[in-house]
Design a protein around this ligand. Structure first.
Ligand SMILES: C[S@@+](CC[C@H](N)C(=O)[O-])C[C@H]1O[C@@H](n2cnc3c(N)ncnc32)[C@H](O)[C@@H]1O
Length: 243
């Protein structure tokens, strides 16, 4: 991504969020001293980025009450995944969703389980071995790139992850490159609009904020579902004519 031309500098300062594609990478993010203790003090389009959930807290991802709170089975059903599809579960954690997606894509499909913490990938690998699941492939990503093959993914799923990306713009650029034309990106985020959802503020996102941040990416919004008790399911796709 090229930096803005000098003549566009002041425009980018005032209209940066709208002109996301040409905002100088140096000014894309804002840093504030006063910020939420659960955030990293780095802001993107007015939103504070949350701290990454460390692998030490991985048990929380496997809590018994999770199915009742998040209805993962219902989520997977609503995604209407087909046999043979290639899915990227980005920020895979312990593989809570990957293990449910694996039988849906079957032996001719595969799930790339991407994470930036090698310890999470070790937990994922152990869990898949325990369940004799062989079509989940662990991938070590970086904070700017999930390291996925270009134009190869039917569905990129991020459950409770996107708000933690330290470089959301760069991550989404790379994710879009990895999508097949017409491929989907699904954000599952705790609803910021609902004060009754008992999750820390920087770990929630509003639908409007997700849409604002995706407006600078080569994606089109498809639908938002509120079928889950606490989370939005926000679906975008890469336009079919884009390579
Ligand atoms: C709250 S956990 C959610 C895990 C899983 N999606 C689930 O719902 O069980 C967030 C995960 O995202 C990972 N993560 C954060 N930033 C990432 C990035 N840039 N690329 C890939 N994974 C990332 C963290 O390491 C962590 O495992």
């Amino acid at each position: 991504m090229k930096a803005c031309q000098p003549a566009l500098f002041w425009l980018s300062v005032f209209f940066g969020p709208i002109l996301g594609h040409c905002v100088d990478p140096a000014t894309r993010y804002e840093f504030r001293q006063a910020h939420d203790p659960n955030g990293i003090g780095k802001f993107y389009m007015g939103r504070e980025i949350a701290r990454v959930m460390g692998h030490e807290a991985a048990d929380w991802l496997e809590r018994p009450e999770r199915e009742e709170e998040e209805r993962a089975e219902l989520l997977i059903q609503s995604l209407k995944v087909r046999p043979g599809e290639v899915i990227a579960d980005i920020g895979v954690g312990t593989g809570y969703h990957a293990r449910r997606l694996a039988p849906k894509v079957g032996p001719s499909g595969r799930i790339y389980g991407v994470d930036v913490q090698p310890e999470m990938l070790a937990l994922l690998t152990n869990k898949m071995a325990e369940l004799t699941i062989t079509n989940v492939i662990p991938v070590l990503g970086t904070i700017t790139n999930p390291n996925l093959p270009a134009a190869s993914i039917d569905l990129a799923l991020m459950v409770d992850v996107y708000h933690e990306f330290s470089h959301p713009f760069e991550m989404m650029e790379a994710i879009c490159r990895s999508l097949k034309p017409g491929g989907r990106v699904v954000f599952v985020e705790f609803r910021a609009e609902d004060p009754k959802v008992p999750i820390k503020a920087v770990h929630k996102m509003s639908e409007a904020q997700v849409k604002k941040e995706m407006a600078v990416q080569p994606l089109e919004w498809v639908e938002t579902s509120t079928v889950l008790p606490w989370q939005h399911v926000i679906v975008f796709r890469k336009p079919p004519h884009l390579k």
